[in-house]
Ligand binder design. Structure first.
Ligand code: NOJ
Length: 764
């Protein structure tokens, strides 16, 4: 029997209720624990203190450049001596227990290790990549997937995830765009906080909670030209108005740790930035947890040209407020001598150690260092059926319908014959995406499997690869590895398309073509994919394109000519079922893009909240205004855009007042109506423009959104509120405040909404 959403719904609702975790988290700092930390610090030697700040990777699963032959025996001896505080990339109850035992039984003060791992969008059950999940515009979905990921990871001994990644990114060339929530700080902040709540749950001590690590602090997503690890140079206003809000939201949601970024900002590497770590994070935001460097980032201040040697690098990092050193061994080698000779005050060391111990106490590790090492839970919880059901549900909510000419979609599940074409359609690995935790290779439901499971018994499903995207290895490290010559599969693909009533063609990129170190200068459809599309469409114009990717891609003719187009990202374990649910109408798509899709790579960076410039329009001529002569300024698909199988109308916004004072609240309302014949959900979006500022302001900024589900013919009033706090920004005076004057208000279903109404913010 095919599962339908009406059948799955009760299960999903029950699961959601069981997983609801909105209670305020317990604070990290409590007087009794601080006393225990005082007592411990009093007993610790200098070397033991330094040890708490030293983090090592496991030898078998590194996520960064390792020394050629890491000396395992030496590392084990260090753990026994209390000279290692944390490990990453160790998982599995048996492995964690073995190492924990070395620390707890072997070391003088029995201080437990903290085990960290990149649990980014699932552990064994894989959820959509975070960019995709943000397309749901439903932070509760992200909270739920993070909760499940935490439950699975914690069942294998992990205490700490290096997530959420909250880097705002406006340049699809950057491979790591897949890890964040897209281009917008307001949407990003909502997802950042939700993910922290999900990972940490209401109580960090719980056996199914892991500490979150908000990363990468800061501005890593603004790497020049979208090239990973590249230089960042941005204004204080952009840092505060765009980059930092998701970090702040995550810290306010109780995130226990923060990871600094690899990049420099205006000449200052983040790991050595006291402004970021001491003044903003630990000062203004009162962050009580600890800061960990990214992998080798302290050492990398040498090639940055900022530190003279590793000792200097250690000195700069610790004085700037970086508490834990991930895989640079800079603290391990030099911190003790820096403290002994007075270069680093011992109070600075003690403060860093206190922060690390605080998180270990909060996780309950001092009471029971093996609390997350229960083999029964480990066996029971990985890929539990209810986790897979949630993965399907959330994946379905992340699919964006970009085009649907002549209502080609949804398809009839009883259709006579379907041709499923494209290497990605049968791929059981690509949908898992990059950073897939412990997701098993080739474990996703492929698109082909999803379609086969969804159609009626008499429907014939033909599969043809058409053309491999790459030659040999599935990942192309150089341009020459894309398949640009082997068309031997075209004939079968064209024949299948010709025979079929409808074609589903999968195009896009492999999981390993995006993510860390996978920046691309050309974000088009690689290899022969455009050619295959042209051949298949010529054979059968009823061709639905399913786009699988970790980023916006440049689609060219595919977007122009395909009658129907779905952005299905890398959707995780249940990808094929989730896509089939949408293709055959069991689910009405409701997702919206969290990031703009460029027409051409030359438009990058591209984002809706741009400035107006002094020459925003053509005026009387063709030349002297801010534009390209060969492509429009606008994106192919804008931020906030996504279609549905039903049609919604939205009334003009109504404001509760024409002017408000700094302490007033403005109510903005609009009426949403479902004019179509199907139930569906629409994401109503509120944008504001601050018309004149002491520093120029974006043409639009998202300030609210609501996802509303309506039956056919149903109408509902959608209400938002705005106060002066929502209008605050970094002014020319360096203050964070709203400036009096005129504000335009837009309410629509994408960032391209253009009709507005205005109000005044009065001075005090
Ligand atoms: C480097 C990545 O930048 C970071 O995101 C990750 O958490 C660490 N490696 C650990 O794997």
């Amino acid at each position: 029997m095919r599962p339908t959403f009406s059948r799955l719904l009760p299960l999903c609702l029950a699961l959601a209720a069981a997983l609801a975790v909105s209670a305020a988290p317990a604070p990290l700092v409590d007087p009794a624990t601080e006393k225990r930390i005082d007592a411990l610090l009093a007993q610790m030697t200098l070397e033991e203190k330094v040890g708490q700040l030293h983090q090592l990777s496991s030898f078998f699963d590194p996520t960064g450049p390792m020394p050629e032959a890491p000396d395992e025996a030496a590392r084990v001896a260090k753990i026994r001596n209390g000279q290692v505080g944390s490990m990453l990339n160790v998982h599995g109850v048996a492995a964690v227990r073995r190492l924990q035992q070395l620390a707890v039984d072997g070391s003088r003060l029995h201080i437990p290790l903290l085990f960290g791992y990149d649990v980014v969008h699932g552990f064994r059950t894989i959820f959509p990549v975070p960019l995709a999940e943000a397309a749901s515009w439903n932070p509760a979905a992200a909270e739920r997937s993070a909760r499940i990921a935490a439950t699975e990871a914690a069942a294998t001994g992990i205490d700490w995830t290096f997530a959420p990644m909250v880097d705002i990114c406006r340049d699809a060339r950057w491979g790591r765009i897949m890890e964040g929530a897209g281009e917008d700080p307001f949407l990003g902040a909502a997802f950042a906080a939700a993910r922290v709540r999900g990972f940490q749950g209401p109580d960090l001590r719980a056996v199914d909670s892991v500490a979150a690590c908000v990363k990468h602090f800061a501005a890593y997503g603004f790497a020049e030209a979208g090239r990973d690890y590249n230089t960042v140079d941005l204004s204080a206003a952009t840092l505060h108005d765009v980059v930092l809000p998701p970090f702040r939201a995550a810290v306010e949601a109780g995130a226990a740790t923060v990871m600094t970024s690899f990049n420099e900002i205006a000449g200052l590497p983040s790991v050595s930035s006291a402004r970021l770590q001491r003044e903003i994070l630990k000062g203004e935001w009162q962050f009580p947890g600890f800061v960990v460097s990214d992998w080798g980032a302290i050492r990398e201040t040498l090639p940055h040209g900022f530190a003279t040697d590793l000792r200097h690098a250690a000195q700069l990092a610790i004085l700037s407020g970086n508490d834990m050193d991930m895989e640079s061994s800079a603290y391990d080698r030099h911190l003790a001598e820096l403290v002994t000779d007075g270069t680093v005050p011992s109070a600075v060391l003690d403060e860093a150690v206190r922060r690390v111990l605080r998180v270990k106490f909060a996780l309950g590790l001092f009471d029971d260092p093996y609390r997350r090492c229960d083999p029964v839970r480990e066996r029971r919880l990985l890929e539990a059926p209810e986790h897979l059901a949630a993965a399907r549900e959330i994946a379905g909510e992340s699919i964006v319908l970009l085009k649907n000419s002549d209502s080609l979609l949804p398809l009839d599940p009883e259709v006579r014959r379907i041709a499923v074409i494209g290497a990605l359609a049968a791929d059981k690995d690509a949908p898992l995406g990059n950073w897939r935790g412990e997701g098993r290779r080739d474990s996703a439901v492929s698109l082909l499997e999803g379609i086969r499971a969804a159609v009626g018994p008499r429907t014939v499903v033909d599969y043809a690869e058409g053309a491999a995207v790459t030659i040999g290895d599935r990942v192309a490290w150089t341009d020459s590895q894309y398949n640009t010559t082997d068309r031997s599969g075209f004939r079968a693909a064209v024949a299948a398309a010709r025979r079929a009533d409808v074609v589903v063609l999968a195009v896009g990129e492999d999981a390993w073509q995006t993510g860390e170190g996978r920046s691309q200068a050309d974000i088009g459809l690689k290899g022969l994919q455009q050619e295959l599309f042209a051949a298949v469409r010529a054979a059968n114009p009823r061709t639905v394109v399913v786009l699988m990717s970790g980023r916006p891609l440049v689609l060219g003719a595919v977007a122009e000519q395909a009658p129907a187009l779905l952005a299905t990202w890398h959707l995780g374990s249940q990808a094929g079922h989730a896509i089939a649910d949408v293709l055959f109408g069991l689910r009405n798509p409701s997702a919206k893009l969290p990031v703009s899709f460029p027409r051409t790579v030359g438009q990058c960076p591209l984002y809706y909240a741009h400035k107006n410039t002094g020459r925003p329009t053509g005026g009387d001529g063709r030349v002297f205004w801010s534009h390209y002569t060969d492509t429009p300024n606008s994106p192919l698909y804008p931020f906030g855009f996504g279609l549905s199988y039903t049609t919604f109308t939205l009334s003009a916004p109504r404001l509760s007042a024409a002017a408000i004072g700094p302490r007033d609240t403005l109510r903005v309302t609009a009426t949403l109506t479902n004019k179509g014949a199907r139930a569906g959900a629409e994401v109503v979006q509120l944008y504001v423009r601050d018309v004149v500022g002491s520093l120029t302001r974006p043409v639009k900024e998202l300030k609210g959104f609501a996802k509303i589900e309506l039956q056919p013919g149903e109408s509902r009033e959608v209400a938002f509120t705005l106060t002066a706090a929502d209008l605050a920004f970094t002014t020319a005076r360096g203050t964070w405040e709203a400036e009096p004057g005129e504000f335009q208000v837009f309410v629509g279903n994408s960032s391209e909404v253009d009709s507005s109404t205005a109000f005044q913010l009065r001075p005090e």
